[in-house]
Write a protein that binds this ligand. Structure first.
Ligand SMILES: Cc1cc2nc3c(=O)[nH]c(=O)nc-3n(C[C@H](O)[C@H](O)[C@H](O)COP(=O)(O)OP(=O)(O)OC[C@H]3O[C@@H](n4cnc5c(N)ncnc54)[C@H](O)[C@@H]3O)c2cc1C
Length: 595
């Protein structure tokens, strides 16, 4: 029997569940908890089901220095298929599997994309999804705390409060510590010919800057979906969270989603709970398409091969999947600054720093990974920009997605490509990111990859991993752009600012010079994922391979929507947490209208 709870709660046992809720949300991740929080502000009954556990306040979750070091039980780690573009290497797709989702385990870097990243979505046929439309929700999502004057002047940090929130749930701030090499890097980028924007969060996000972290400015611990959108609301009587429980299927009556099936493990009996208004998928870019496919929403041929009754034939489910590939270059410096990353191998210094963190919330432990990066358009990276764009324009579009891709998905790719060409020629989107500020080595990120991969089920069980194909370097132009990025990195090392440190490249070393050798180096060393899986259930017109419309409703169904990174049709040229929060804040208005 089902009882209403005396007051709302984390539900450890499903016997306490109601039999029906207005909204059932799949996944207590970055977007899922944001939507749950906003929907349950009204006295609507909201249930969130999350396959992962609640964290126990581990240092690896909360202390910035340990970012990315959370116990593996809090991750999905899914090996991809071997990829020809990477010498048949298999790469891991890692995402959070925990209350808070990827926001609980990520690198805490919190930049926004450029105006053009979002205008591109709008121009793809998504009115209401340009930069101007999203800006209020970036603002709504955060409480931004500017750095103290001493830090701001030391690192030339500038900001404009018109573009920041002061009342939002997610805390964004600057750690009090960064290596002095950050200034060297920012100067090098200026000398390289790129600008340093006054406020990147205004949409002027091309160039180099130190962006804020998802960081509580007082406790100097991680601010994530759990602290922002769960701990603060768990006493609401109308909000329930069932964790350590996996949604196994969406249930339908005809084309109308009626609820979900869930189970505590692969061998446990599945149970059902119903949603009177809507089932909201927020399982993240790898798992939202998996659940759709298992439930009969996806490419007909695939579904029929598993004898899954087709609810809605949508070729775009699992197609258009992409991520940001990246490569770390390495080098040495003759004149190191103090402190520098080399200090971290000094046990005495690190012990002092940990003490400093524990007692004063200061020092190297307040900082996660690199927080300073240059986001550069192609024409600032290479003189070959126009010729690369011309090759893209004239290229057979079949080069980007996997073989046998549906014609609607191909049409969608062509529409994306035409806009990438247009915005690249206008110098408005960043093609490559250079994460710097610690010495000669930099992280090189391909921000607008032209290759596409896929996510498909290998069984009808939600407990089996989907088949992951990143499709990395399927399009040879991606390799050309990365090659130019390596050359650009070498030129950055030649700027007077960088020269003052006496840098020497070690990986790739300076004797790797021919295009063939550089490309062999890239194929052997490129990582397929900067943990930004995107686009696997895109917001696009149906004839462009879309899965959701501009109100995030799934085509060919009723009462089913998606709110997570899978709907982003093209990954913004940045790290995407702030965007996922903004999208989740924005959709609330649609729920209000359709209820
Ligand atoms: C290691 C790592 C580092 C990153 N670093 C940064 C960074 O520094 N800066 C940045 O901006 N971005 C970063 N990102 C990216 C960013 O964190 C994600 O893009 C974003 O959090 C995704 O949000 P989401 O809501 O789409 O999915 P998630 O937050 O991943 O949430 C999905 C949730 O659904 C749950 N789920 C999945 N399947 C089921 C099911 N069947 N039943 C129930 N629950 C299910 C998952 O367990 C998960 O909790 C990083 C990501 C990772 C993984």
């Amino acid at each position: 029997t089902h009882h209403a709870l005396p007051h709302a709660q984390v539900i450890g046992r499903d016997v306490q569940l109601l039999s029906s809720y207005e909204y059932v949300i799949v996944g207590a991740g970055t977007a899922g908890l944001t939507v749950a929080d906003r929907l349950s502000e009204d006295p609507l009954k909201v249930l969130v089901i999350e396959t992962g556990d609640l964290d126990h306040g581990e240092d690896e979750i909360l202390i910035p220095r340990y970012a990315l070091g959370a116990p593996r039980k809090y991750f999905y780690d899914i090996p991809s298929v071997p990829m020809p573009g990477l010498n048949n290497r298999s790469e891991l797709l890692s995402v959070g599997r925990i209350v808070g989702g990827s926001s609980a385990v990520n690198g805490m870097f919190m930049p926004r994309g450029a105006k053009s990243d979002y205008d591109l979505w709008r121009d793809l046929g998504n009115p209401g999804w340009g930069w101007r439309d999203l800006l209020p929700y970036f603002i709504k999502s955060e409480t931004f705390t500017p750095p103290p004057a001493s830090l701001a002047s030391k690192f030339n940090i500038t900001w404009d409060m018109r573009y920041h929130g002061t009342k939002g749930p997610v805390k964004s701030s600057y750690p009090p510590f960064l290596y002095p090499a950050v200034n060297v890097f920012l100067n090098a980028i200026r000398q390289f010919g790129s600008h340093v924007p006054y406020e990147h969060a205004s949409g002027d996000a091309l160039g180099a800057y130190w962006a804020p972290n998802t960081l509580d400015p007082v406790t100097r611990t991680r601010s994530y979906a759990r602290t922002a959108h769960y701990d603060t609301i768990k006493s609401r009587v109308n909000f329930h969270l069932l964790y350590n429980t996996t949604v196994t299927k969406i249930t339908f009556n005809g084309k109308t989603a009626t609820g979900v099936m869930y189970a505590s493990g692969p061998k446990a009996r599945s149970k059902s709970v119903s949603a009177s208004r809507e089932v909201i998928l927020a399982a993240g870019a790898p798992h939202t398409p998996q659940l759709l496919q298992i439930s009969g929403v996806g490419p007909r041929k695939l579904l029929e091969s598993f004898n899954i009754p087709v609810i809605s034939d949508l070729p775009g489910v699992g197609a258009n999947f992409h991520d940001h590939p990246y490569l770390f270059t390495a080098g040495t410096v003759a004149h190191d600054l103090n402190p520098s990353p080399s200090n971290t191998s000094n046990a005495t210094w690190m012990a002092e720093q940990l003490d400093l963190y524990r007692t004063k919330r200061d020092g190297v432990y307040t900082t996660s990974l690199g927080n300073t990066a240059a986001f550069l358009p192609l024409n600032e990276i290479t003189l070959l920009s126009t010729s690369i764009v011309n090759s893209l324009k004239s290229q057979d579009p079949v080069k980007a997605p996997p073989a046998e891709t549906d014609s609607t998905v191909l049409a969608g790719w062509k529409a994306q490509r035409d806009l990438i060409v247009k915005y690249t020629l206008e110098g408005k989107i960043a093609a490559g990111e250079f994460i710097g500020g610690s010495g000669a080595g930099m992280g090189l990120v391909l921000l607008k990859p032209l290759s596409r991969g896929s996510l498909t089920i290998k069984s009808t069980s939600a407990f089996d991993d989907p088949i992951v194909d990143f499709g990395t370097l399927r399009n040879p132009l991606d390799l050309d752009i990365l090659t130019e990025m390596i050359k650009a990195w070498r030129r950055m090392l030649l700027t007077p600012a960088m020269q003052s440190m006496g840098p020497a490249a070690t990986s790739p070393a300076d004797n790797v010079t021919s295009t063939a050798d550089i490309q062999a180096y890239i194929r052997a060393n490129l990582a397929a994922s900067l943990w930004h899986p995107t686009g696997s259930a895109p917001m696009l017109k149906k004839e462009l391979g879309g899965v959701v419309d501009t109100r995030l409703l799934v085509y060919g169904t009723r009462g089913l929507s998606i709110v997570d990174a899978s709907i982003l049709p093209i990954c913004p040229s940045t790290h995407i947490t702030s965007t996922v929060y903004a999208v989740a804040e924005k959709v609330l208005i649609f729920f209000v209208f359709r209820s």
